[in-house]
Design a protein around this ligand. Sequence first.
Ligand code: 5GP
Ligand code: ZN
Length: 115
Amino acid sequence: MSNSDCLFCRIVSGEIPSTQVLSTDRVLAFRDIAPQAPVHIVVIPKVHSSDIAQLGAQDPALAGELIAAISTLAAQEGLEQGFRVVFNTGSDGGQTVGHVHAHVLAGRSLTWPPG
Ligand code: 5GP
Ligand code: ZN
């Protein structure tokens, strides 16, 4: 399913341009437009799903493909010093785009816990 009202579906279709760093049959990764770290990549399934809870329930294999893409990106981007993966989910989780996405953050020391 593609949702013309969904920002990330429009990125998948190419209607909205993005700086792609990885594309597989079912997964797309691109640079975040407002990076929170020197490396800030957004990893999404090409098919629409609202959040990681829905994706994990409906297609756990595709959730696994997101993780596999993150492994590829870690090597491709040279993230040997480490990185952080975040799935903001729902309003309390700070999710602002309703198409499931992993943030991959790297390139500086990341504090924990977040605010
Ligand atoms: P959320 O707040 O939902 O966890 O993350 C959404 C992310 O999408 C934010 O980090 C935001 O900067 C990013 N974003 C929003 N609009 C665009 C866009 O048009 N292009 C790209 N590359 N990233 C976007
Ligand atoms: Zn979507």
